[in-house]
Design a protein around this ligand. Structure first.
Ligand code: NAG
Length: 314
């Protein structure tokens, strides 16, 4: 199976087997299931709270809503298949399933990063240019930005998927990752044919770095504004809200860059999956905690709608 000569004869790919031990496979299944359920619950609560509470129909919460929808989508692209394979002790994923994973990972994670950028801009304007908030983030501007994030993510994903899956593959069909990831598929390509897609990845990395610099600059301005807050408590609140955002964004981009830009020769079957978890699984699971559930207004809204949710008051 692994020694097929060209891509036209590949009907399926083989994903990374985490382990051959049945107990460890099941442990791995339960671990992923726990993370998956936590992500479903956290993002589900946020979507419910924002959709149903009219007080929360402002740009900031609409962006959080978009982020939660993207989180649900991106974690559902990778985890369920890995869980099913562990549970049933298989490695196979169909050719079209693999292409779909590549497409949705690029689409949803790309759009997610765009929304993190938009949200940093939103907070920057709200805190540093409050008088211009109405004109800079009116409802039309917000819809345009959201549409650009979704549409841009879609086209970007289409480009990478088409470029990756048109490559001739000569090195078998074993993907060293728990989902179909572009760098792992490039390793299967014949000689130097992967260079075009590698070039596209560098372009994407430059775009992502541009967004990252923009996010950092926005938060630097926010921190400078926060330092001018007279009350100790207010300063503390501003920092304790913004530092976790920066931590998530930095982890997201550094692990993503590492996964997609490192040379083939340095890939390792132990490190690669850990890095993939950090950029594809961790953000959707922790975003609800970092971006939303520390927010008092959102907690109040949740309390009103779902009184049994035990959210502690601060
Ligand atoms: C995304 O954000 C835009 C702009 O605020 C909003 O109009 C739209 O309803 C949101 N969509 C989703 C699915 O959250």
């Amino acid at each position: 199976m692994e020694q097929m000569s060209n891509s036209s004869s590949i009907t399926q790919f083989l994903l990374l087997p985490f382990t051959d031990t049945r107990e460890l496979q099941l442990l791995h299944f339960w671990l992923f299931l726990g993370i998956y359920l936590a992500a479903l619950l956290g993002n589900g609560l946020i979507i419910t709270a924002i959709a149903w509470d009219h007080h929360l129909h402002t740009p900031m919460y609409f962006f959080l809503l978009n982020l939660s929808v993207l989180d649900l989508g991106s974690i559902s692209t990778t985890l369920p298949k890995a869980m099913a394979n562990s549970l049933w002790n298989t490695r196979a994923i169909s050719y079209s399933g693999c292409a779909a994973q590549v497409f949705f990972v690029f689409f949803l994670i790309g759009a997610e990063f765009s929304f993190l950028t938009i949200m940093a801009y939103d907070r920057y304007v709200a805190i540093c240019k409050p008088l211009h908030y109405g004109t800079l983030l009116g409802s039309r501007a917000c819809v345009h930005m959201a549409a650009a994030a979704w549409g841009g993510g879609f086209l970007h994903a289409l480009l990478h998927t088409a470029s990756t899956f048109s490559l001739p593959l000569c090195q078998g069909n074993a993907v060293d990752q728990f989902f179909c990831e572009v760098p792992q598929i490039l390793k299967l390509s014949c000689s130097h044919s992967y260079l075009r897609e590698a070039g596209l990845l560098v372009v994407s990395a430059c775009l992502a770095s541009g967004c990252f610099v923009f996010i950092m600059l926005s938060y630097v301005q926010i921190f400078r504004a926060a330092l001018r807050i007279p009350s100790e408590q207010g300063r503390h609140k501003a920092f304790s809200t913004c530092l976790p955002h920066l931590a998530v964004v930095s982890l997201f981009i550094s692990t993503g860059m590492f996964a997609y830009l490192k040379p083939h020769s340095t890939s390792s079957p132990v490190l690669d999956p850990v890095v993939a978890v950090l950029y594809s699984v961790a953000p959707p699971a922790v975003n609800p905690l970092i971006y939303s559930l520390r927010n008092q207004e959102l907690k109040e809204a949740l309390k009103k709608q779902i009184p049994w949710v035990p959210l502690q008051q601060r």
